[in-house]
Design a protein around this ligand. Structure first.
Ligand SMILES: [Zn+2]
Length: 115
Protein backbone atom coordinates (compact mmCIF):
# COMPACT_ATOMS: atom_id res chain seq x y z
CA UNK A 1 0.00 0.00 0.00
CA UNK A 2 1.14 3.53 -0.78
CA UNK A 3 0.47 6.22 1.81
CA UNK A 4 0.54 9.92 1.11
CA UNK A 5 1.84 12.32 3.67
CA UNK A 6 2.60 15.97 4.07
CA UNK A 7 3.40 18.74 6.49
CA UNK A 8 0.57 20.98 7.65
CA UNK A 9 0.89 23.67 4.96
CA UNK A 10 1.53 21.21 2.11
CA UNK A 11 4.99 22.44 1.14
CA UNK A 12 6.50 19.04 1.98
CA UNK A 13 4.67 16.19 0.24
CA UNK A 14 5.75 12.55 0.06
CA UNK A 15 4.69 8.97 -0.57
CA UNK A 16 5.62 5.96 1.52
CA UNK A 17 5.14 2.35 0.47
CA UNK A 18 4.71 -0.53 2.86
CA UNK A 19 2.37 -2.02 5.36
CA UNK A 20 1.68 0.22 8.33
CA UNK A 21 1.07 -2.17 11.20
CA UNK A 22 3.07 -0.72 14.03
CA UNK A 23 4.56 2.63 14.97
CA UNK A 24 7.19 3.41 17.57
CA UNK A 25 7.06 6.05 20.21
CA UNK A 26 10.57 7.06 21.26
CA UNK A 27 11.59 8.66 24.54
CA UNK A 28 14.75 10.38 23.29
CA UNK A 29 15.20 14.12 23.77
CA UNK A 30 13.78 15.20 20.43
CA UNK A 31 11.01 12.61 20.01
CA UNK A 32 9.56 13.25 23.44
CA UNK A 33 9.24 16.94 22.63
CA UNK A 34 7.91 16.40 19.11
CA UNK A 35 5.53 13.57 19.85
CA UNK A 36 6.45 11.74 16.66
CA UNK A 37 5.13 8.24 16.01
CA UNK A 38 7.76 6.56 13.87
CA UNK A 39 7.07 4.22 11.03
CA UNK A 40 10.40 2.85 9.77
CA UNK A 41 10.69 2.02 6.09
CA UNK A 42 13.64 1.43 3.73
CA UNK A 43 14.77 4.56 1.87
CA UNK A 44 13.79 3.01 -1.47
CA UNK A 45 10.16 2.81 -0.32
CA UNK A 46 10.08 6.55 0.23
CA UNK A 47 9.46 9.17 -2.46
CA UNK A 48 9.68 12.89 -1.87
CA UNK A 49 7.22 14.62 -4.19
CA UNK A 50 8.33 18.15 -3.42
CA UNK A 51 11.76 19.68 -3.99
CA UNK A 52 14.46 18.76 -1.49
CA UNK A 53 15.18 22.43 -0.76
CA UNK A 54 11.62 23.02 0.50
CA UNK A 55 12.73 21.44 3.79
CA UNK A 56 15.09 22.39 6.55
CA UNK A 57 17.26 19.85 8.32
CA UNK A 58 18.01 19.59 12.01
CA UNK A 59 20.74 17.41 13.47
CA UNK A 60 22.14 17.06 16.98
CA UNK A 61 24.29 14.79 19.14
CA UNK A 62 26.21 12.61 16.66
CA UNK A 63 24.55 14.31 13.66
CA UNK A 64 23.81 10.96 12.08
CA UNK A 65 20.06 11.34 11.74
CA UNK A 66 18.67 14.11 9.55
CA UNK A 67 15.48 15.42 11.09
CA UNK A 68 13.59 17.09 8.26
CA UNK A 69 11.01 19.74 8.88
CA UNK A 70 9.02 22.35 7.03
CA UNK A 71 10.35 25.87 7.62
CA UNK A 72 6.93 27.35 6.85
CA UNK A 73 4.59 25.42 9.18
CA UNK A 74 7.09 23.69 11.46
CA UNK A 75 5.84 20.13 11.00
CA UNK A 76 8.46 17.37 11.02
CA UNK A 77 7.11 14.68 8.70
CA UNK A 78 10.16 12.38 8.58
CA UNK A 79 13.79 11.76 9.51
CA UNK A 80 16.50 9.99 7.56
CA UNK A 81 19.35 7.85 8.76
CA UNK A 82 21.35 4.65 8.43
CA UNK A 83 20.28 1.58 10.38
CA UNK A 84 22.86 -0.56 12.24
CA UNK A 85 22.54 -2.99 9.31
CA UNK A 86 23.94 -0.29 7.01
CA UNK A 87 20.66 0.22 5.17
CA UNK A 88 19.31 3.69 4.52
CA UNK A 89 16.06 4.12 6.41
CA UNK A 90 13.37 6.74 6.71
CA UNK A 91 11.41 7.22 9.91
CA UNK A 92 8.06 8.57 8.80
CA UNK A 93 6.08 10.46 11.40
CA UNK A 94 2.79 8.56 11.08
CA UNK A 95 0.97 11.63 12.38
CA UNK A 96 1.78 13.30 9.04
CA UNK A 97 0.24 10.53 6.91
CA UNK A 98 -3.11 11.33 5.33
CA UNK A 99 -6.17 9.21 6.07
CA UNK A 100 -4.60 7.02 8.73
CA UNK A 101 -6.57 6.19 11.86
CA UNK A 102 -3.77 6.10 14.42
CA UNK A 103 -6.05 4.75 17.14
CA UNK A 104 -6.19 1.46 15.21
CA UNK A 105 -2.41 1.04 15.02
CA UNK A 106 -0.25 -0.66 17.60
CA UNK A 107 2.20 1.67 19.34
CA UNK A 108 5.51 0.21 20.48
CA UNK A 109 8.00 1.93 22.75
CA UNK A 110 11.61 2.55 21.87
CA UNK A 111 14.12 3.52 24.55
CA UNK A 112 16.10 6.02 22.48
CA UNK A 113 16.98 7.99 25.60
CA UNK A 114 19.30 5.20 26.78
CA UNK A 115 21.27 4.97 23.52
ZN1 LIG B 1 4.62 23.10 5.90
Amino acid sequence: MIYKGSCHCGQVVFEAAGSLEKVMECNCSICSKRGSLHWFIPRENFRLLSADDCMSTYTFNKHIIKHRYCPACGCAPFSEGIAPSGNYMVAINARCLDGVDLSSIEVGHFDGRSL
